[in-house]
Ligand binder design. Sequence first.
Ligand SMILES: [Mn+2]
Length: 364
Amino acid sequence: MKFLHAGDVHLGAEPESGTSLGAVRKGELWDAFRDIIERCNKENIDLLLLPGDLFHSQPLLREVKEVDYLFGTLTHTRVVMCAGNHDCLLPTSHYYDVTFPDQVTFLMDPQTDSVYLPELNTEVFGLSYDARQIEEARYDALHSTDAGRINILVAHGNILCNDKSIPLHRGVLEGAGFDYVALGHIHNRIEVSPRVAYSGSLEPLNRGETGAKGYILGEIQKEGSGPSKIHWEFVPHAKREYVPLDFPVTAETTEFSLCSELFGVLRERGLQHMYLITLTGTRAREVVWNLESITAVLAKYGANVLELADKTVPDFPVELWREQEQDNLVGRFINRMDSVEDETLKNRALQYGLQALLARDDKR
Ligand SMILES: [Mn+2]
């Protein structure tokens, strides 16, 4: 039985809204979901598991209808889904206004629900959020009932901390007799155990969601009532990643050379990605980076630099000034810093102190 587990699709979200990427990203979230449906068809996936937050918020009617249409294009795959905290089943939910095709099961009961799919000898358990916040450990009551079947749980909750969503407990999940537990809610991919996993978000939804995003593709083999064999892997799929990047400069780096070198690195890593860059290292002391203009130049080349921070320090000739400037404040400051024992602290104090002194005099 081949399954595809896609958690936290968050359709309708607009990451980077208010920037030039906003509308693009909103569309890419839908593209990513369409890709999933296409992959299900191409590879004859038996079961698509959507463990909540398919939508980012209460879906619009036209959005539910789009999903309904896409589900209708599935040629082989059965779908089991539930509502998470973001798309919870409030009485006014447009989820109630559409009847998904027969191959889709929406586990809507807020306490305990399941569906048996005889052609797959598989029973899928789960429940749907009926409120944005639920602190009761509702999944703790769910367990497999027939060891002759493949038993799967789709669950939306938090195994790491209490964030007013349903708390999950590793021991309980592992002991409830499930062949696989498809988790949603945490946007990082987490392998809780060989049979319990978060796929993470399908696409990164904010700048904190760095690294590869995608879905889980797996297969379960079961014969008789003995334990099943399972194999699954994470498949990176997101159109773009948020990439944090430290970029070291030297005293030789000029603004033009920086743009050129940085562009080389970004092109190598992929121009589609969204970069969060920190300049590090030692710059020539006369250099003042114009971060806005660097970002604009890189944008002109087609690179998405969303953040550019300057943590470089100026290259002061401390030893030379210690002698040359000993009769003034600069020299006296350098000599006084000798009493600081911690080398890192001393260097940082020298950098900041000299910058402040020189800015005051504007001499150098
Ligand atoms: Mn959630």
